[in-house]
Design a protein around this ligand. Sequence first.
Ligand SMILES: [Zn+2]
Ligand SMILES: [Zn+2]
Length: 175
Amino acid sequence: MMARKKITLVSFGYFDRKFVEDVARAIEKEINAEVTTKEGHLDLSKYYDVKRRQYNGDDLLKFVDNSYPSNRGKTMGLFGVDLFIPILTHIFGQAYLNGNTGVVSHFRLNNEYYGLKADRKLLLERFIKEVIHELGHTYGLTHCHVPTCVMRSSTYVEDLDEKSASFCDHCREKI
Ligand SMILES: [Zn+2]
Ligand SMILES: [Zn+2]
C-alpha cells in the first residue's frame, strides 16, 4: 500500500485561521493527502530588497526548504508580502520541481491591490489555485496547456480566474 501524501502549510505573518483551514480542506479534496497547518516565525526584513521594495522569493523558498524536514512530505510557505525573483517583476509563488517545498503569497491576489472591492471568496479561490499549482510542481508537474488545468501558468490574476483549481486528467495521472 502506498503511504498517503503529506502536506504541511506553514503560514508566516498574519493569516486568518479560517482562511488557512479552508485552503487546507480544498487541497485535501484535490490531492489525496493529509494536510496539516502550522504557524511559522521569521524575520522577514532579512528578505526585503530595498531597491525593489519586494521580498526575495528565491531566498524565502530556500529558507522554508531548509527549515522543515522532507520526511514530513511537502511544505508550502504561505506569505502575505510581495514576492519577486530577479528575472520577473513579481511571482505569485514558486516551488522546487520534484522537490519538497514551495512558497505562495496572496499579496497580488487581493482585489484591493488592483483598486477593486475586497472579495474574500475570490481571494480564497485564487490562493487555493496557486497553492495547488505550486504543489503540482513539487510532484514533478511542469506547465500544462489545457486551459482549465490548474498547472497552466499564471502571470496575472485574470489567468488564475480563467483556470480551475483542478488538474486535468493528464496531469492528475502523474501525481
Ligand atoms: Zn508554475
Ligand atoms: Zn494539465
